[in-house]
Design a protein around this ligand. Structure first.
Ligand code: HEC
Length: 133
């Protein structure tokens, strides 16, 4: 019973995460706006992993503020871009039911694929700015 409840909550929150924000994406190219619209629901506003959706997830949240610390002091920007776009070699988490692949979302809103990539780049730059020193 508890399991079913969890699944229902996850389905609900995912639907919320996906339907509540596309408008923001269309009007903004800013990394921060993209992050707030698409990532903060799970990852939290600071990247700590304490977004409102996070308790409903089955796997523990990652702390996005310590990516550099865990990678010899540098954020692997290219790897993150690939991960967000759901490209080959990216982390499993993004293609799982807990973390949908976001690439199509970024491409879909913009007919111009390059603009979608610019957004992803801005988003990654914003992740860089979240790193704890
Ligand atoms: C539905 C919840 C959810 C949303 C929305 C979400 N994520 Fe995640 N994300 C997760 C979970 C859960 C993990 C941890 C999974 C793992 O590491 O295996 C994760 C892992 C990550 C990681 C790897 C972190 C690390 O330290 O290795 C990055 C980077 C990331 N997410 C970025 C993003 C970005 C950027 C967005 C917005 C475009 C986003 N996520 C939206 C749930 C989410």
């Amino acid at each position: 019973m508890f399991r079913i409840h969890c699944l229902l909550m996850l389905a609900g929150t995912l639907a919320y995460a996906q339907t509540s924000s596309p408008r923001k994406l269309i009007t903004s190219m800013e990394g921060k706006d993209l992050y707030v619209a698409y990532c903060a629901s799970c990852h939290g506003l600071t990247g700590k992993g304490d977004g409102p959706v996070s308790p409903a997830l089955k796997i523990p949240m990652a702390d996005l503020r310590t990516i550099a610390k865990r990678n010899n002091g540098a954020v692997p920007k290219e790897e993150l871009e690939k991960m967000i776009l759901g490209e080959k070699g990216s982390r499993a988490a993004h293609g799982s039911e807990d973390m949908p692949v976001w690439g199509p979302v970024f491409r879909k809103v913009e007919n111009d694929r390059d603009l979608g990539l610019v957004r992803v780049r801005h988003l990654v730059d914003y992740l860089v700015s979240l790193q704890l020193k």
